[in-house]
Design a protein around this ligand. Structure first.
Ligand code: AP5
Length: 214
């Protein structure tokens, strides 16, 4: 099963993608996590990505596309994967489709998690992220057992640099201009699933699974 997650920053794409990956035993491929990992390790890719991410801008398509095309050729992707944060632009979606076509494959579903902008800033300011293992929490909705410490690996949690309110507003603007058109792109292909992301996380997941297993 090959799935693309769509939705505004903070809509809950990562939260749902992790659950889908676990249930169907397929890799969760988050381009945001890949960039954050590269920033942490001080790689050349990380250095290039950071300047865009800190401003709430998208990393240039070329840097993202090559990385993703290499990733889907790895052995663990044989039975599918769930993309989180990719594609983010029409050129990224077209490049993905072309790369998959060359492998006789295609995306099966695009899941759009819908949350109004008015909910997003609150969600993001409450999010706490583990830069070591990629786990995410929320001060109110998913609190950790020990305040400020990752339940999974014990690392101190942080407020991501790009989750500060002024940067979130910029990311939302970029989302509406460059990423939202992908909703029609996948609707036109007949593979769009739309879910109400304002519901409780478990309800959102049930709604997604009920369509995937129809
Ligand atoms: P990325 O890491 O992909 O960030 P994003 O898309 O902005 O999405 P987020 O991870 O912020 O949010 P999410 O939708 O996954 O929400 P989450 O589940 O965490 O990208 C970061 C940056 O990297 C980009 O700005 C760009 O610069 C660059 N980049 C990445 N990919 C790129 C690409 N393809 N091309 C170019 N540039 C790229 O949930 C948010 C919070 O809400 C959490 O605290 C969660 O606990 C809570 N929550 C989730 N669901 C619910 C619910 N149902 N009810 C209540 N709370 C909830």
């Amino acid at each position: 099963m090959k799935i693309v997650m769509l939705g505004a920053p903070g809509a809950g794409k990562g939260t749902q993608a992790k659950r889908i990956a676990e249930k169907y035993n397929i890799p969760h491929i988050s381009t945001g996590d890949i960039f954050r990992d590269n920033i942490k390790k001080g790689t050349e890719l990380g250095g290039k990505a950071k300047s865009y991410m800190d401003q709430g801008l998208l990393v240039p398509d070329k840097l993202v596309i090559d990385l993703v095309v290499d990733r889907v050729k790895q052995d663990d992707c044989t039975n599918g994967y769930v993309f989180d944060g990719f594609p983010r632009t029409i050129p990224q979606a077209e490049a993905l489709d072309a790369a998959l076509k060359a492998m006789n494959e295609e995306i099966d579903y695009a899941v759009n998690v819908e949350v109004p902008d008015s909910n997003i800033v609150d969600r993001m300011s409450g999010r706490r992220a583990c830069l070591n293992c990629g786990a995410t929490y929320h001060l109110e909705h998913i609190p950790t057992k020990v305040e400020g410490i990752c339940d999974t690996c014990g690392t101190e949690l942080v407020l991501r640099d790009d989750d500060k309110p002024e940067t979130v507003l910029k990311r939302l603007k970029v989302y509406h201009e460059q990423t939202q058109p992908l909703i029609d792109y996948y609707r036109d292909k007949g593979i769009l699933i739309e879910v109400d992301g304002t519901k409780d996380m478990a309800e959102v997941f049930t709604a997604i699974v009920s369509v995937l297993e129809k």
